[in-house]
Ligand binder design. Sequence first.
Ligand SMILES: [Zn+2]
Length: 232
Amino acid sequence: MNGNIEELYDKQVYCPVCNEKFSTKKLRRSAMRVQSTDADFCVHYNSENPYFYALWVCRKCGYVEFENRFESISKAGADKIKKEVTPKWTPRDYGGKRDIAQAMQIYKLALYQAELLQKEYSNKAVLCLMIAWLYRYENDTASETRFMKSALELYAKAYSAEDFPIGGMDSAKLSYLIGELNRRCGNFRESIKWFDKAINDPNVKKSIHIKKKAREQWHKAAEYYKAAKPAE
Ligand SMILES: [Zn+2]
């Protein structure tokens, strides 16, 4: 990570839970440099990493949420944060440049709050997946797999319980992702089933890329399934 501070700028935020005004860093879109993208959509950056700044944290009350949902907390949700989170919260400011350790703390805090507020499966799934990716950056495979398995379970539940788009994905893309997470967790048979589902989904016609990736990863999974080898 060789990003410098100019890639980031300050955004003023108003907390809908406690009315605090605070500042949080955002990464300039023009400063993002993608190095590569993994088959489960995890992006590796040569620049500062936007994942580190995707969640906003109120320094005063401890409320954490993604930028696009930050303001939309319900009255009941805000009350729960005030009752369950704030009393245990030591005021601390995440408004500066963040490192991976701080990003990890923030994502785990967000996951705790998503559970507390009984959010939809897909809301918890994306947090688990992004925590898995942070562990991937750190080469901590055991922890990565643990969170990937949670993401997988939650996305599979979301697939049957929630309305599409789910986390910005249509049914073909989500089937593909569930297939790929299964493949990475070594569940090759299940993985093949989900890739088939993606390939046969009418929505796949809208995304040639997903269709191509699903076929490629289907073949990889099938090879491993036949050889009964552990995942790469
Ligand atoms: Zn607050």
